[in-house]
Design a protein. Structure first.
Lengths: 425, 430
């Protein structure tokens, strides 16, 4: 059995699956249910200074596919709307009852040192908290009050707030980054300069998730009006993976621990985040879609897969794919791969043909076979784009097979077809 | 009347219920939107099945129904009665991967039911009037399909129908459990709503109509007269009380009011292996018969009813008795003789046995009533047509069960009527 114990910024948890700061970690009842289900830790929903905020009625919008599968969720909920002291007393009680689980508390305040430092000290004073997470990311509501992404989008402020909180307590500080920026490295580097022990990303993506075509208003509709909100769930995973990888392979931030967030729904998603350099993962939408029990398959799925692959612990896995994330200019121009269709698995739907014919390279031929059509890749036309293999409904029916051409690894800067190459030499 | 605990609430209710919205959502999303899809090629009317199913999945039910009805104006009936298991659903590629096709027929019903329940305008409009007049004989699937297409193209159509209601076998020949809630008449009303079609009931070819007059008075004539005659068993006792053609039995059941259901025997024997035999057997069971036995001379593999229909009969309490040929009917029941197949030929064994029966329904095939078809070339008991559905008589076209165009299916008749209308249109506008 692979060892799933996890440590990030000195914070230990029995497994790398934490619940992210969000509605599922809003209060004792939910967090206790999560720990009973097996979650390794939580980031308590963001605390702010009293008086608590007031939330609106109707808070979530959903991006559903045709089958009503939830692809993404957006919310216009603000931070914790309960008094600070109520939250702190509950945190003390939960930590007392569940000492082996990670208890991280998210906080948010005005861009003033005493606001951040005072809040951090009150949280630290509970003695029940393993670390702090700075919410510099919410793209709705709080940013209109100068908080959340209004801070996270300005690298100097990220650095400043991180330093204030680091100086205020001895607790490890995780800086949660917003994806609503032009370059994630600027805020990651700022957090590191400010003394961050780790970064977590991504916070939600600013979004209008859908339009109610009867109300003619964005969802969720609040009395006929809607606002932009924070988008999360499976659909944002690719954005998050890239940002995690950027931080992992950037020399200035390499080695900065990363807590991966964004659409983690299965153990496989978690493995991908870990492979790109994350130390653990945080989950919200999957729990809000299925309930807390999903962590069981996350834990034993990751463990079984690690056993199959021979990874004994998370350290052996974390960052394994980082070295293979390169710039386009470092790809091998001499590499060639071709689609191969297995007629034994083909069910004769024709989708590979029509997408190649209509939208790609006219590289899949149809021949009439006995009672069915036979689809064959025309190697001379196939550029190895993979589209056919992605639209094929049958797993492994269309595979991509590299061609042995005996040519050396040659990048675009080295390629004689590159008109800029001569200038570079 | 026999009382059985497992008699359905109403013998006239749907045997296969409509899909719920949730079922339709799940089922429509199983469609792979195949290119040049096998299901379309397997549909006699060539409905663009992937497109209509995609429209269901996107919530565009009106668009789905319009896609269906533009190729098959009786898409509502076909959704209920087509042997989809040997047509579109047999071709579905989901069979290959999962051994379970997309439920195309039930999805088609989901879409068309939605349109029929609508309050909006008719989805089809007539083209500008051409001034041409066409006579259609028979208001069944072939005739109405032809009339609708001709009227849509701007021609003026008069339909002559012998019976008091339109719809043909949809109204008189299909089991009520397939056509619940007066669907045939609702569909007829929808078809006629396009305009340009006049139906005259009580008009029969050979009685007050002649081909000669019709040819003289109209620019073209379409014959969709169906099969008026029934094959006989030619065995002793066939004329006894309680012995009836299955088609006549179904017609009585269909025309009875649900409050006064048709009485059936305690022990019913249905003779025949086609869909009419299955319809009659299941319907007899649903009307309260204690024992219903379907007797067929050959094996299940030779039956005209599909395997699905055979199983439907069995799950509804009908006993299938194969390799049994009827030899006599008397007061107590029916005498059968065991048969066997030798090199595909039916051989009688001489071994006889009896089944008690107080009602015997004959479903051994129908024949063309030739009386009024003087001058038309016939072959194999059907009207001969060319590729344009033209008969041997100038200006006279034909389609449906009275021609040898394919299987005797509603969907084939609809296609015949449609193709004949297009041929007539080409001829009239050339």
């Amino acid at each position: 059995m692979a060892d799933l114990r996890s440590t990030i910024a000195g914070i230990r948890s029995p497994n790398p699956f934490w619940l992210a700061s969000a509605p599922p970690t809003d209060k004792l009842t939910n967090v206790v249910r999560a720990f009973q289900a097996g979650w390794g830790g939580v980031v308590w929903k963001t605390l702010g200074e009293d008086p608590p905020v007031v939330n609106v009625s109707s808070r979530y919008g959903a991006h559903l596919d045709n089958e009503r599968k939830l692809i993404g969720l957006n919310n216009i909920e603000l931070i914790s709307d309960r008094p600070l002291e109520v939250n702190l007393q509950e945190i003390i009680q939960v930590k007392r009852d569940w000492p082996d689980r990670a208890m991280v508390v998210s906080l948010m305040a005005r861009i003033e040192e005493e606001a951040w430092a005072g809040l951090a000290r009150r949280i630290a004073a509970t003695g029940a908290v393993d670390g702090l997470e700075l919410n510099l990311g919410c793209p709705h509501g709080m940013c209109e009050r100068g908080m959340g992404s209004a801070i996270g989008q300005v690298p100097d402020m990220v650095e400043q707030v991180t330093r204030w909180v680091k100086n205020a307590t001895n607790l490890p500080v995780i800086v949660k980054l917003t994806p609503n920026i032009t370059n994630i490295l600027w805020s990651a580097e700022a957090a590191k300069r400010g003394g961050a022990d780790a970064v977590s990303l991504i916070n939600t993506v600013n979004s209008i998730v859908a339009v109610d075509l009867d109300a003619m208003a964005p969802t969720p509709v609040v009395d006929g009006k809607g606002s932009h909100g924070g988008y999360c769930g499976p659909a944002v995973k690719p954005i998050a993976l890239n940002m995690v990888a950027e931080i992992a392979r950037n020399p200035d931030t390499a080695g900065l621990p990363v807590s991966g967030i964004g659409g983690v729904t299965t153990w496989r998603d978690a493995a991908e985040f870990l492979a790109l350099g994350a130390t653990n993962v945080q989950v919200c939408t999957a729990a809000m879609t299925f309930g807390f029990k999903i962590v069981e398959d996350m834990i034993n799925g990751l463990s079984n897969w690690m056993d199959d692959k021979g990874y004994a612990n998370l350290d052996q896995l974390s960052g394994r794919a980082v070295r293979n994330v390169v710039n386009w200019n470092d790809l091998n121009m001499n590499f060639s791969t071709k689609a191969v269709i297995d007629p034994a698995l083909c069910i004769d739907c024709g989708r590979c043909h029509i997408v190649c014919e209509d939208t790609s390279h006219q590289a899949i031929r149809i021949d009439q076979g006995e009672g069915r059509r036979i689809f064959t890749v025309v190697n001379e036309e196939c550029v190895g784009c993979n589209l056919c293999s992605h639209v094929c409904p049958v797993p492994d029916c269309i595979t991509m097979q590299p061609e042995e051409n005996g040519l050396p690894y040659m990048t675009w800067p080295e390629d004689p077809r590159n008109p800029m190459r001569a200038a570079a030499e | 009347m026999t009382l059985n605990a497992d008699i359905p609430a109403s013998p006239y209710a749907d045997l296969t219920p409509p899909l719920t919205a949730v079922q339709a959502l799940a089922e429509s999303n199983r469609c792979l939107f195949c290119y040049d899809a096998a299901c379309v090629r397997a549909c006699p009317t060539g409905i663009d099945i992937p497109s209509f199913i995609r429209s269901i999945a996107t919530g565009n039910l009106k668009g789905a129904a319009t896609t269906i009805l533009s190729e098959n104006i009786m898409g509502g009936t076909c959704a209920r009665v087509c042997p989809t298991e040997t047509l579109c659903e047999q071709a579905c590629v989901r069979n290959t991967a999962e051994e379970r096709p997309v439920a195309i027929g039930r999805l088609q019903r989901h879409a068309t039911d939605h349109l029929f329940a609508r309050k909006g305008p008719h989805p089809f409009a007539r083209a500008e009037a051409t001034g041409k007049r066409v006579a259609v004989v028979g208001a069944g699937p072939a005739g109405l399909s032809c009339a609708h297409r001709l009227a849509s193209l701007g021609h003026e159509v008069t339909v002559y129908e012998a019976k008091p209601k339109s719809g043909g076998l949809n109204e008189y020949g299909l089991a009520p459990y397939k056509m619940a809630d007066d669907f045939a008449q609702r569909e007829v009303a929808f078809i006629l709503e396009v305009g340009g079609i006049t139906v005259e009931h009580g008009r029969r070819l050979g009685a007050d109509l002649s081909l000669e007059t019709l040819r003289a008075e109209f620019d073209a004539v379409f014959l969709g007269v169906g099969l008026g005659g029934n094959n006989r068993l030619n065995i002793p006792g066939e004329e006894r009380d309680g012995v009836e053609n299955a088609t006549a039995f179904i017609e009585r059941v269909r025309q009875a009011t649900p409050d006064v259901p048709v009485a059936v025997g305690r022990s019913v024997v249905v003779i025949g292996g086609g869909n009419t035999a299955v319809d009659a057997a299941i319907q007899a069971k649903r009307l309260g018969a204690e024992d219903v036995t379907l007797v067929y001379r050959r094996g299940r593999g030779q039956m005209g009813a599909t395997a699905w229909e055979q199983e439907l009969a069995q799950t509804n309490g009908v006993v299938l008795k194969t390799f049994a040929a009827p030899v006599a009917i008397d007061a107590t029941g029916i005498t059968l003789e065991r048969t066997r197949l030798e090199d595909g030929k039916l051989v009688m064994t001489g071994e006889r046995y009896s089944l008690p029966a107080d009602m015997v329904l004959k479903a051994v095939g129908q024949t063309l009533a030739r009386e009024a078809l003087d001058g038309l070339a016939l072959s194999g008991g059907k009207i001969v047509i060319d590729d344009d559905h033209r008969t041997s008589l100038d200006k006279v076209y034909a389609g449906g069960d009275c021609v040898a165009s394919g299987e005797d299916l509603t969907v084939q008749s609809v296609q015949d009527g449609k193709l004949a209308a297009l041929a007539i249109h080409r001829h009239l506008t050339a």
